[in-house]
Ligand binder design. Structure first.
Ligand SMILES: C[S@@+](CC[C@H](N)C(=O)[O-])C[C@H]1O[C@@H](n2cnc3c(N)ncnc32)[C@H](O)[C@@H]1O
Length: 218
């Protein structure tokens, strides 16, 4: 078995990983959030799409089902979730390419993707690694390509504030709830950067972000 670098697993502890999908179905408006994220990306046939921190592959498979003509890659550092993702894709009969790798050092050449997605992965990374992941997403996108993120965002009402301030003891979300994620995305070179939606969940506000890599002459 390949040695895995240090990372925070899907549900914090490796022994909880097999409960990730059932938990997400119960606690989270998962399919709605993921469908909204995909819809905003307007993926076209023939486009090449990467899902960074793909976990059990729910979003990766959903992208392929939404646009069967796209070539869809899923990358995660955890072999255990990649096994679940592989089985899920087989059961759905969807051909996606799953690979092990780190979000902070993407194993792809410059300008290889039209769209990069990242759903609920950034809050697993330290501030330094979030910024490095965003620079890597910028590097692997083609000019004019887009980054689509769903992750903890600035709470949008009092209840969301309360939940988010508690959640920050467990997750790397301090910068997220202070609204710094769009700043980090811009610092990586993206322009424009927009927060397109805020979803109320039992773990706090989940924001959707869309960011473009400028064309060379922009
Ligand atoms: C909460 S799960 C989200 C999974 C999936 N994207 C979703 O929306 O359901 C976070 C995932 O990020 C992965 N991850 C954490 N650190 C990573 C890193 N440095 N590089 C790549 N994947 C990482 C974990 O293995 C886990 O599968």
């Amino acid at each position: 078995m390949k040695k895995q670098p240090h990372f925070i697993p899907a549900l914090h502890f490796h022994w909880l990983t097999r409960w990730y999908d059932p938990m997400m179905r119960c606690l989270f408006p998962e399919s709605g959030t993921k469908a909204a994220l995909i819809a905003l990306a307007h993926i076209q046939p023939g486009q090449i799409v990467l899902d960074v921190g793909c976990g059990t592959g729910t979003l990766t498979v959903q992208i392929k089902q939404t646009e069967p003509g796209a070539i869809v890659y899923g990358l995660d550092t955890d072999l255990q979730v990649l096994d679940i993702a592989r089985r899920k894709a087989e059961q759905a009969g969807e051909a996606i390419i799953l690979q092990q790798g780190m979000a902070t050092c993407l194993p792809y050449p410059n300008a290889s993707f039209d769209r990069v997605f990242s759903s609920l992965m950034l809050h697993h990374l330290t501030r330094h690694d979030k910024q490095q992941m965003l620079r890597e997403a910028f590097r692997v996108l083609k000019p004019g390509g887009e980054l689509h993120i769903a992750d903890f965002g600035k709470p949008h009402d009092f209840v969301m504030w309360l939940i988010s301030w508690m959640m920050r003891w467990f997750e790397e979300i301090h910068d997220h709830i202070l609204g710094r994620l769009p700043v980090f995305i811009m610092d990586a070179g993206f322009h424009p950067v927009e927060e397109t939606a805020q979803h109320r969940t039992l773990v706090g506000t989940i924001s959707l972000y869309r960011a473009s890599k400028p064309m060379k002459n922009d």
